[in-house]
Design a protein around this ligand. Structure first.
Ligand SMILES: *[C@@H]1O[C@H](CO)[C@@H](O)[C@H](O)[C@H]1NC(C)=O
Ligand SMILES: *[C@@H]1O[C@H](CO)[C@@H](O)[C@H](O)[C@H]1NC(C)=O
Ligand SMILES: *[C@@H]1O[C@H](CO)[C@@H](O)[C@H](O)[C@H]1NC(C)=O
Ligand SMILES: CC(=O)N[C@H]1CO[C@H](CO)[C@@H](O)[C@@H]1O
Length: 588
């Protein structure tokens, strides 16, 4: 197989490894650092030997979004952790009236402008929101892992409500080909026409990208390659190859693929566990591990499956650019079957049988999304099994435990029953009035569009936060430029405890015995120190339960005397806000 040599590798950006923050003592609690400090070194070979393995805690906004503290230029600021997208965007201080001023903003003056601008659009035409601003480079770091000259979008105009979640941007952990910024840099370097997307619209009319509703934005590379072919054919022999595109990985890829490509990590992977702050707070510790697993994790227990590879045609690339068999576009894995309460559910009849069933594993989505026929069936079986099939199923029910499970790589991965439910109505959970109690909960499920061959991403399901609170998920990047040599894959380890059903039942009765509301908490993103509280299934570290957390908080996020965790009784207003945010993040 032929693959262009990566000439640009030589011109890789300078890289610096930052020292981890020191351990410190706070209110009598000793915080033990679990961030290992790699030795400072200058050569790539020595850096590879030093191999970073670090971990950092996660903030949690009512289990809707999870955030991580990231150094962007001179500021340390919380960004949403998002395996479902590939771009880094941060609200800059040029965005007037975009945030309430509680978290530090990236200074627009620190951006080295690259002559590119971004206009990100989320949602459909009725719920449309936008985020616009210049593209440029700045230094960036997470948990002591740092890169110079990282491309990012410095948003100076947005109407998204992301700031209301305590985060001021998105940290996309996906693959380079799906990055809007990466495609723009490719366009700038390889394509000379002034209005390539317009040119492309006439040559590649098959795309429904402008009316994407519930799916992630699909890369617009087809149009770029189409335009690049005509332009470059005129001045050079040959057209750009996938190799040309991947030659930009060292300079223009998203942060994680770039760090992996520079061999900065001990292993080319990240591992994620999400904490639970609603219904029955606790569960796994919220943590992002870079380059390895927490030491206590029994890594032999993970089930590994390969990430879906897209052919050139499936990826929307002209066939001529294909010089590897397939390339990963998203953290998307094969899904064998779906079960409800131990019973196998029928396969969806909506996805064409020629498309294998896959699921996007998405930390940036607050729900589990699936095909409308299966989602309707699950909803009916749980909320209204005796309802008339001609009517839509009821949306609310009395919160009783149910287990939705996904078979992946031959293993069952249940969603913890506590994570399948959301409080739907204030003041009625677990109350003795059966009619009132019947509207207490809804399901953390939603419908997603049916995939079509050659027309966007091919996943049929999207496994968001409810699924990810029930597992340890490892995202193995492999060889980003040569995926055929070391394929990307996802490793999963179920962490649902045996007594999850009874824990939900107890939480419901406790709510009924008090004010009819389930707990709902929000925590800001902690700094990099951690106190081990204990471990659960297969050695996965556990969260400290309820108020208090196993990570220390940055002082900015808590005012003196008040605990860092906010406990808020669910009111109708908060429920409405959560529904809105869920829609915003799921609709992207
Ligand atoms: C926002 O960025 C755009 C470029 O993306 C620039 O033209 C505009 O002047 C900026 N606005 C502010 C308020 O800085
Ligand atoms: C990926 O494979 C290429 C070709 O063998 C190799 O040169 C490169 O070092 C590999 N990258 C990583 C990060 O291992
Ligand atoms: C798909 O069609 C078959 C045959 O009509 C049916 O038995 C099955 O329930 C359908 N699947 C779903 C998810 O509705
Ligand atoms: C997000 C934010 O701070 N919005 C404010 C923008 O300005 C108007 C009017 O001054 C305020 O009402 C908003 O709260």
């Amino acid at each position: 197989m032929s693959h262009s040599p990566l000439a640009v590798l030589a011109a890789a950006a300078a890289i610096a490894l930052a020292a981890a923050r020191p351990a410190h003592q706070e209110a009598g609690v000793v915080h033990l650092p679990i961030v290992r400090t790699p030795r400072q070194s200058t050569s790539v070979a020595k850096r590879a030997a030093a191999g970073t393995h670090a971990a950092i805690g996660l903030g949690d906004f009512f289990d809707v979004t999870y955030s991580v503290l990231v150094n962007v230029g001179p500021v340390l600021t919380p960004l949403v952790l998002d395996t479902g997208s590939s771009d880094l965007w941060v609200i800059s201080d040029a965005c007037t009236n975009c945030t309430d001023g509680e978290v530090p903003l990236f200074p627009a003056a620190d951006l080295k402008y690259a002559g590119l601008d971004v206009a990100l659009k989320y949602g459909d035409s009725s719920t449309r929101t936008h985020a616009n601003g210049p593209i440029g480079t700045s230094s960036m770091g997470v948990a002591g892992l740092e890169l110079e000259s990282q491309y990012l979008a410095a948003i100076n105009d947005t109407d998204t409500t992301i700031a209301a979640t305590g985060a001021v941007g998105i940290f996309g952990l996906g693959f380079p080909i799906s990055s809007v910024v990466f495609a723009d840099v490719f366009k700038q370097r390889f394509v000379t026409c002034p209005d390539c997307r317009a040119v492309a619209a006439t040559t590649a009319p098959n795309l429904r990208r402008n009316h994407v509703r519930t799916r992630r934005p699909f890369p617009e590379l087809s149009s770029l390659f189409a335009a690049a072919s005509t332009q470059l054919a005129a001045r050079t022999p040959g057209i750009p190859s996938l190799g040309d595109l991947l030659s930009l990985v060292p300079s223009a890829a998203p942060f994680m693929p770039r760090a992996v490509n520079e061999k900065m990590l001990a292993e080319p992977l990240i591992a994620v566990t999400l904490q639970r702050e609603t219904i029955d707070p606790g569960g796994n510790v919220g943590m992002l591990s870079l380059g390895g697993f927490p030491a206590s994790v029994d890594r032999d227990k993970l089930t590994w499956v390969d990430v879906r590879g897209y052919t050139a045609v499936q990826a929307g690339l002209p066939e001529t650019v294909q010089d590897v068999d397939t390339y990963p576009l998203a953290w998307e894995i094969p899904l064998d079957d779906v079960y409800l309460d131990g019973k196998l559910l029928p396969r969806t009849n909506l996805t064409s049988t020629s498309i294998s069933i896959t699921a996007l594993v998405d930390t940036g989505s607050s729900l589990v999304r699936g095909p409308s026929d299966v989602i309707e069936m699950v909803t009916r079986l749980i909320t209204s099994p005796n309802s008339n099939m001609a009517d839509p199923p009821q949306e609310t029910y009395d919160c009783t435990p149910h287990t939705l499970a996904f078979r992946i790589g031959g293993q069952l991965f249940p969603v913890d029953p506590r994570d399948l439910v959301a409080q739907a109505t204030p003041d009625v959970v677990g109350v003795s009035d059966a009619d009132a109690a019947r509207v207490g909960c809804s399901l953390n499920l939603a419908v997603t569009d049916t995939p079509e061959e050659g027309n966007g991403f091919l996943f049929t399901w999207s496994l968001g936060v409810p699924f990810l609170k029930s597992v340890l998920a490892a995202f193995y990047y492999g060889n980003v430029t040569h995926p055929e040599l070391d394929r990307p894959r996802i490793g999963l380890l179920s962490t649902v405890p045996q007594n999850a059903d009874s824990r939900l039942t107890e939480a419901i009765s406790a709510a009924g015995a008090s004010d009819g509301n389930l707990p709902a908490l929000s925590q800001s993103a902690p700094t990099t120190t951690y106190v081990p509280i204990g471990t659960g299934v297969a050695g996965v570290p556990l969260a400290a339960t309820s108020i208090g957390n196993s990570f220390s908080r940055p002082p900015k996020h808590s005012t003196a005397g008040s605990p860092p965790t906010r406990r808020i009784a669910l009111s109708a207003v908060i429920l409405a806000m959560l529904a809105f945010l869920a829609a915003l993040f799921a609709l992207r």
